[in-house]
Design a protein around this ligand. Structure first.
Ligand SMILES: [Zn+2]
Length: 241
């Protein structure tokens, strides 16, 4: 994050990708990557991971053009809009509409990329947001919803899911949390996108100063929301029965 704050170039580190993949016990091959938006903290290492593990990359046109400029083959990229349906391994994946939350009143790195980039993205601001997306994965009778946050007026367009990964990084996402959970009616909620960003992964999971996670837990309890809320530590695997 130091490079990001200083607007210096950021480069992918194959050693870090390998190390993280090992610690997370990522399988030898991956069927697909679902990219919710093209900001660097979501997309940056996807081309490097795809090179290592294979699989298709589903994301907005902006996300796929940035991936192509980062060296990914067009054959593995699926530029998408809400409504698209894909077969990814054993799963059926549907692309959904989403909104991006605001940090201090504004959306960071706004904009779309419409045509092939002449050079690879280098600074955090090069990873423009693109069209924000969410996904519903249907696999072996389970319905899994994935997003990375949202705004209070914009609720998930699906309901009755088994697992919901809900972004709760900043105020806007936290404000909509109760309505989003009621709409999704999940068995299990994985709170996401609220980690520290500035500390190395070896320090273990720590909340960001903005995430105010105790308030999310308090909301979950005081509004008697459906589903069990969990926070996953780095490199832990959740197996769905
Ligand atoms: Zn973002």
């Amino acid at each position: 994050m130091r490079e990001v704050v200083l607007n210096a170039p950021v480069t992918s580190s194959p050693a870090i990708v390998r190390n993280v993949a090992e610690m997370a016990a990522i399988p030898r091959s991956i069927d697909g990557f679902l990219v919710t938006h093209a900001h660097f903290d979501h997309l940056f290492e996807v081309p490097a991971m795809q090179r290592q593990f294979g699989g298709i990359v589903i994301g907005s046109k902006t996300a796929t053009l940035l991936s192509e400029a980062s060296g990914m083959s067009r054959r593995s990229l699926r530029p998408s809009l809400p409504g698209k349906i894909y077969r990814v391994g054993k799963a059926k994946v549907r692309v959904l509409d989403a909104a991006h939350d605001k940090v201090l009143g504004r959306i960071s790195y706004p904009g779309l990329i419409d045509e092939a980039l002449p050079t690879p993205p280098s600074r955090a601001k090069d990873w423009k947001i693109g069209v924000p997306l969410a996904y519903i994965i249907e696999i072996e009778g389970q319905r899994i919803y994935i997003e990375s946050g949202g705004t209070p007026g914009f609720l998930p367009p699906v309901s009755d899911v088994d697992v919901a990964t809900i972004g709760v990084a900043v105020k806007g996402s936290q404000k909509r949390y109760a309505d989003a959970v009621r709409q999704l009616n999940p068995e299990l909620i994985i709170a996401s996108h609220q980690d520290n960003f500035f500390l190395p992964l070896s320090s273990g999971f720590q909340f960001s100063v903005l995430s105010n996670f105790p308030r999310v837990i308090a909301t979950h309890e005081s509004e008697a929301l459906p589903g069990k809320l969990v926070v996953m530590d780095y490199f832990h695997t959740l197996e769905l029965k």
